[in-house]
Design a protein around this ligand. Sequence first.
Ligand SMILES: Nc1ncnc2c1ncn2[C@@H]1O[C@H](COP(=O)(O)OP(=O)(O)O)[C@@H](O)[C@H]1O
Ligand SMILES: [Mg+2]
Length: 335
Amino acid sequence: MADVKTGEPLLSVKDLTVSFKTKKGMAAAVRGVSFDLAAGESMAIVGESGSGKSVSSLALLGLLPRSAEITGSAVFRGEELIGMSDKKLQSLRGRKIAMIFQDPMTAFNPLFTIGDQIAEAMEVHGLASGKEALSKSADLLEMVGVPEPGRRIHQYPHEFSGGMRQRAMIAMAIANKPDLLIADEPTTALDVTIQAQVMEVLADIRGETGAAMILITHDLGLVAGSAERVQVMYGGRVFERGTIRSIFYDPRNPYTQGLLSSMPRVDNESDRLVPIVGTPPSLLAMPAGCAFGPRCQYRGEVCGERPAELAEVGIDHASRCHKGAEIPRWSEVSA
Ligand SMILES: Nc1ncnc2c1ncn2[C@@H]1O[C@H](COP(=O)(O)OP(=O)(O)O)[C@@H](O)[C@H]1O
Ligand SMILES: [Mg+2]
């Protein structure tokens, strides 16, 4: 899908790699990630902890430490982000691209009121100032469902509950009407009921602002109502990508099937939750073949020899697996 006016995607990432220089050698955290995101579209990146989800988005925003070596390309609204000057990146961040993190306590300064900080986010980019910015910050809090926003703009972060603080961070993220929201584990620190509410706020906000979203999560259960497409990452690579429908009803990759089997589902008896055995590979000791090979019940000889290619398996649907057609379909696995 492309922008109606320009025919270009909002964000086009091609062959992004990130390696960290460490004392024990180079750690390849992201190994050739590519995707396009259209204006207004929502894509989820899922995978276990350590699969490279956060590092890939931080790379786009120039927020990685200097020990990171980044290659590849990421074109946002026609401009290359990789190698962009700090000054330009700074002006994009929070204005055109905004991030929502897991822990709002790190996003907010404990010494300033919530209202002042949301106002400041607007003032930095020159989009509003003074009383106007403060009154806009109350409007934003109202948009994300914070009750009594006129009173709560004068409160400090610690006076907000976890869920309310996360709403406030969403308010701050949309203050400058960004084209792209990157939400990295936005509800991981919250109770399940609050999680659902915050996801609903995100969906409403996207509906109102038309912002595109990259939702990063280890929890596949969060994804269904929140994204149109899914990218499943493992060991720094995309193992499967597709529409919500294809990923949830016709997953072709053993890793995606494993993630689904380990997830509580309405149509899954709780005694059939099957965790994926083993742990993700160490970045410094990646298997020579398929990174998931050592944990995969379908592995064969070739899987130990070289990584598989990401190959089309249907419309808008691709999977990285040597055993492609031999993998049982999900309808058989989950029956
Ligand atoms: N500054 C860093 N130096 C070295 N390794 C890092 C650094 N930041 C992240 N990593 C490693 O990169 C890998 C991917 O991390 P990350 O993208 O945060 O995973 P996740 O999918 O959980 O978001 C992990 O193995 C992590 O330890
Ligand atoms: Mg992460």
